[in-house]
Design a protein around this ligand. Structure first.
Ligand code: MG
Length: 341
């Protein structure tokens, strides 16, 4: 019989993060252990259950796991962060037992050493944006993602134009509005940035605002959905004319669920992109293995480790030349003994 255990942790953020319930300056979660495996359960307001609900779900799961692991997972069904932690620990345990790195256990047939990632640009003033973009390219990034939707739309349009002028035609540009715009504003922006050849505009309007996706796609700007997927509207997104689907394993309840969504996304002719909910190194390592099996050459949203001031394990997901290393070794590739306290 294999037991479940978990330990809480807290990691300061390098800069405060805006969430559905205000600004936060630390990430709090749990490292979950199942046999030889490690998982991470790190909830985030607006994306998952509350931290209290995460702990309650893990506690409930712990009563079932030794005799009936699948019932443990069912106990976390409504708590995606808790389910992520438990299911990741189970995957890690089974991959180690099989003598495989997690990405091979998940189905990759060839060795994969690195995963491409995008840089995130969030500086609001145009001058600072130009500097930040040039630095990202000098650091080796070939895909840049600009956060938009926080100021006037005319300002965002000017920032996107300036960014394209700065980086030239060879760099892939993405924009993410985090659901900030009305349909009318989003359509207006799309019509004005059509010539900038954006790879996609992510979540232009709010989570459940999916009736407008046809109108948005008709502008010629490819659309991606992120928050809509985390909110569970996967089938709606798959049936819609969007180009890409952003999948955060912590928000959808686990690496297993995220991989199933990624496969369905590809079957629908769309691009799956894996992204991280600013988790610690255990969750990030799992997301990197997932991205490796989904498509190592697509730029994923996994350059998030630098947003933490400290970590569970240092150096996991450090970016070199626009790529992160897939942690080598069995399972997720982290030393289980570090967490045996
Ligand atoms: Mg997003």
């Amino acid at each position: 019989m294999t037991d479940l255990s978990y330990t809480s942790f807290e990691i300061p953020l390098a800069d405060p993060l805006q969430t559905a319930s205000g600004s936060i300056d630390t990430r709090r979660g749990f490292v979950v252990r199942y046999g030889d495996g490690l998982g991470e359960a790190t909830p985030l307001s607006g994306w998952t259950e509350t931290p209290k609900a995460t702990e309650e779900a893990l506690e409930a799961a712990g009563e079932h796991v030794p005799g009936a692991p699948s019932r443990g997972l069912l106990a976390c069904d409504d708590a995606p962060a808790a389910r992520h932690g438990l299911s990741q620990a189970m995957l890690d345990h089974h991959a180690r037992r099989r003598g495989l790195p997690l990405y091979r256990y998940l189905g990759a047939s060839e060795p994969i050493h690195t995963v491409t990632v995008n840089a995130i640009l969030d500086e609001t003033p145009v001058d600072a944006l130009t500097t930040q973009a040039s630095q990202a390219i000098a650091d080796g990034f070939r895909t840049l993602k600009l956060k938009v939707g926080r100021g006037p739309i005319d300002h965002d349009i000017e920032r996107l134009r300036q960014l394209r002028r700065t980086v030239g035609d060879e760099i892939e540009l993405r924009a993410d509005a985090n659901g900030s715009w009305s349909t009318a504003n989003a359509v207006g922006v799309c019509r004005q940035v059509r010539e900038l050849d954006l790879a996609y505009l992510e979540q232009p309007t709010s989570v459940h605002d999916t009736a407008n996706l046809g109108v948005l796609a008709e502008t010629g700007v490819p659309i991606a959905l992120d928050e809509t997927i985390a909110a569970g509207e996967v089938l709606t997104a798959l049936r819609s004319p969007v180009t890409a689907i952003i999948i955060k394993p912590m928000a959808v309840g686990g690496i297993d669920r995220a991989l199933a969504i990624a496969k369905a996304t590809r079957q629908c002719g769309k691009l799956p992109v894996i992204s991280d909910l600013i988790t610690g190194a255990v969750g990030r390592a799992g997301a990197i293995h997932l991205a490796a099996v989904v498509n190592a050459a697509t730029a994923h949203g996994l350059a998030t480790g630098s947003r933490l001031d400290g970590d569970l394990v240092e150096g996991v997901g450090a970016v070199t030349n626009g790529c992160v290393s897939v942690p080598s070794g069995l399972g997720i590739g982290l030393d289980t003994e570090v967490f045996r306290r």
